[in-house]
Design a protein around this ligand. Structure first.
Ligand SMILES: N[C@@H](CCC(=O)N[C@@H](CS)C(=O)NCC(=O)O)C(=O)O
Length: 369
């Protein structure tokens, strides 16, 4: 515990120093003497390590360098996104001139190994494991489309590494769920909200922010919509399309979804005057979280559970938001992807197979709200 905290404090201090240097355009010479001495010692150690590494590189020149090292510009501790740092790594000439490799501290590495699985083979850009029908994955894809990150992130089907429950996939995400983002340095990030926020942070300089910065209240509303979705809808969404399961469980789940639609309608009202998005005039990660799940609810509840008037009856703010999302170019793209996946499920007879059709025939339960 103590070691970890100390390490964190040191790292934070290094970052602050780096930022100060950038902000004021100052180099090493303008820093306090003690700090320069510390840096000099660190650089000397780094040069020694580089020397050892260069000798090793000469022996096996063609062996691809595993990205076990963080790349830093020579005088700054860089805070740039990983793939930009990796791009620097790719340019070996630049690497020789301006960049040195610093092995992540042992404590850091231990901490990371405990918390996150790391892949052996790294790619040259982040990989998002996902499939078109996945609503949680579509949330990350919508962020990517809004921020125009298609070229920066590669999307792969989890089937390419044996599927969600394969040993290889479980080593990356023990939950065996998608989406999963694997960074070039091997860091594996599961959980769609974590991935969404990472993409926004790592690409803060590209496209819309998607993280309302204007006011704490707006950020809170964005977080609230996301929390309601993640906490109360996602865990039960399977009642619309999974099975077999007891009929009582399915009926209770559908009632709970109807309730959450009302709760979200209440959240939608807060910034309705400024709309059309959840937190006002600008889209946010909350819109990305909700929209793909609404595609599921619109499809399944209307087509299979008898919600003849759809999911927006008596929910006008949600309907206004839904129309705006569908009219949005990136929203429409995600709609087509998810809806296309759902149509494939229809073609495969999924709703019959999992027992939905049979359950809904039982009129002693309420299915439509
Ligand atoms: N809390 C997770 C939920 C992920 C999730 O449930 N993903 C679904 C696809 S949308 C999945 O992987 N289902 C397969 C399974 O549970 O076996 C997130 O937000 O990423």
């Amino acid at each position: 515990m103590i070691t970890t905290r100390r390490t964190t404090l040191r790292r934070d201090a290094r970052r602050r120093r780096g930022r100060a240097g950038v902000a004021r355009g100052r180099g090493d010479a303008s820093r306090p003497r003690a700090l320069r001495a510390g840096n000099a010692a660190r650089h000397a150690r780094a040069r020694a390590r580089d020397g050892r590494r260069h000798r090793a590189a000469a022996v096996c020149a063609k062996r691809p360098r595993k990205p076990r090292f963080r790349v830093h510009e020579s005088s700054l501790v860089s805070e740039r996104p990983t793939q930009v740092r990796m791009a620097a790594l790719a340019s070996s000439a630049a690497a020789a001139r301006n960049v040195f490799f610093r092995r992540a501290s042992a404590a850091n590495a231990r901490q990371r190994r405990r918390a996150m699985p790391v892949v052996a083979a790294a790619a040259d850009k982040p990989i998002l494991y996902d499939v078109p029908v996945s609503n949680n994955g579509a949330r990350c894809r919508l962020i990517m489309y809004w921020k125009r990150l298609e070229d920066a992130v590669e999307i792969r089907d989890p089937g390419t590494i044996g599927g969600l429950k394969s040993e290889e996939y479980l080593a990356l995400n023990p939950q065996g769920k998608m989406p999963l983002l694997v960074l070039p340095d091997g860091l594996a990030l599961p959980e769609s909200e974590v991935i969404s926020r990472y993409l926004c942070d790592a690409h803060a300089d590209v496209g819309p922010s998607l993280l309302p910065a204007e006011s704490p209240e707006r950020r809170a509303v964005c977080a609230l919509a996301t929390r309601v979705h993640d906490q109360y809808v996602v865990p039960i969404q399977g009642v619309m399309y999974r099975g077999p399961m007891p009929i009582e469980q399915r009926a209770e789940g559908i009632a709970a979804i109807a309730k959450q639609l009302d709760v979200i309608e209440g959240v939608m009202k807060i910034y309705a005057d400024e709309g059309p998005f959840v937190a006002g005039a600008e889209p946010s990660t909350a819109d990305a979280a909700l929209f793909p799940t609404y595609i599921f609810m619109d499809h399944c509840l209307t087509r299979h559970f008898g919600w003849r008037d759809g999911v927006f009856r008596d929910r006008p703010e949600s309907e206004r938001w839904w129309c705006a999302m569908r009219a949005d170019t990136c929203g429409a793209r995600v709609y087509d992807e998810v809806k296309g996946g759902l149509e494939k499920w229809e073609d495969a007879g999924r709703f019959e197979t999992v027992g939905v059709t049979e359950h809904v025939k039982d009129g002693s339960f309420t299915w439509a709200y």
